[in-house]
Design a protein around this ligand. Sequence first.
Ligand code: GLY
Ligand code: MN
Ligand code: MN
Length: 449
Amino acid sequence: MKSDYTDNNPSLGALYSGHLQAITARHDHALEKAGASHAVIYSGNPKVAFLDDSYYPYRANPHFVSWAPLTNLPFSYIVYTPGEKPVLLYFQPHDYWHVVPGAPEGYWTGHFDIRIVNAIEDVARHLPEQREKCIVIGEIEDETLAFGIERINPNTAINVLHYARSTKTDYELEIMRLASYRGVMGHRAAEAAFRAGLTELEIHRAYCEAVSHTDPELPYGNIVALNAHGAVLHYTDLDRTKPDTRHSFLIDAGAQVHGYASDITRTYSFGDTRFQDLIDRMDVMQRDIVNKVEVGVDYRDLHINTHKMLAEVLMDAELATGDPDTLLETGVTSAFFPHGLGHLLGIQVHDVAGFMENESGTTIDPPSGHPFLRLTRVLEENMVLTIEPGLYVIDMLLEKLSGTPAEKLVNWDTVDWLRPFGGIRIEDDVRVLVNSRENLTRDAFAAAS
Ligand code: GLY
Ligand code: MN
Ligand code: MN
C-alpha cells in the first residue's frame, strides 16, 4: 500500500489505540518490575541559561512523548494506574507573557482523562495519595515537582521501557514515514540551493523552510557541509561565505513529526565526474548493506562486513591496495570510516537501547577496535535503524597510519585528490522485517519524485 504522506494522514487516528495498548502493556510490566502501582510521567520544563532569564529550547521527556504527540506541553504529567484510563494533567498556566498551550485536540484526546491544571501546585491533588506506591519518570531538577514521590526513574522500570521502545508500533512506523518524507522535502530543497551556488547558511535556511521547522524543532543540528567540511563528522558551523570553488556537498539533516525523527544523509558532486563515480560506488555499497538488514542479523557483524565492503571500494577507487582483511586489520578502513554503521532511531535520533541485551539492563559491547558503534544488538522485527557508511579524508586519522604497515597500503596521491571533496556519507532509515526490510528514506525519495 502506498503511504499517505500528508500531515493529516487519517491512519494515525486509527492506529493510535493499538499504540496506546502497547504503551500501557509496557508500563504495566515496568511497574511490576519496579514493585509500584502508579507511573507518573513528567513532561519536563524549559531550562534557564546560567545567570540569565532566557531559556534553552524545551525538549519534552521522550517517555512522555511516547504516550501522545505532546511535544510542547511543559509542566504536565501523565498518571497511569494499570487497568484505568490514563490521566493527563494538562498544564495551561494563566500567563500573559507567553503563548500557552491551546485546548487539547486530536485523535488521542478521547483516550485520556484530561484535567486542565492552571497552577503547578494543583498537580498535587490529582496524584495518587499513596505516594510511596508511585514512581516518577522524567527529569526532576526541582524536587518540589515530584510532589513527595521519592522513587524517581528507577532503573528496573526505565530499562523495561527503553528496551520496549526499540521496536516500533504500527502508529510509530506511520509517523516515522511522515518524518522521512518531510526530511526528503528538505533534502531536495537543499540540493537545489547547493546547485544554485548558495552558502551553507543559505542552504540550511532553504532546508528549514522546506521542512517548516525552526532550528530548535530540528531533531538534531543540521550538518550542511561544502567541500572539505564534509570530513568533519559533526560539522555544524554553517559558513556564511561562498567558497571560491565548489566541489561537493554533504548534508546530514532530519525532520520530526509528533516528536519522532528522521535522520538522512546525502552527498553530491558539483560536476566532478570522478567524485560522482565514487559517490555512485558508495551508493551501491550502501544499498547492498541495507539489503542485508533483516530479523536475526547481528548488527555488529553488519558493521564489520561494511568495513570489508568499504575495503573493496577503497581498492576500486585506488585509494588503497591489498585485500579486505588486511585493510581492516591494519586500520586502513577505520581511518577512512571511523564512525559506526548506524544506530536505532525513534523519538531520539540516537534512540535508546542500542546496547541493551535484555530488559534488565545488561549491555553488549561494541567489537574491539570499533568504540563508536552505537548498536550492538541482534535485529528484531520493527526496529528502525540507520545505515550510514562513510568514507572521508580525515588527516588526523590518516597521519596515524604513517610508520605502520598500513602506510604503504594507502595511495596517498589519490588521498590528495579526494581531500578537497571532504568525504561521502549516505544514510537511510530502515525498518527491520522478517527476511526483508522497509527503506523509509528511499521510499520517501521515490514518492517525492
Ligand atoms: N545525524 C547524526 C547521525 O547520523 O547519527
Ligand atoms: Mn544517523
Ligand atoms: Mn545523520
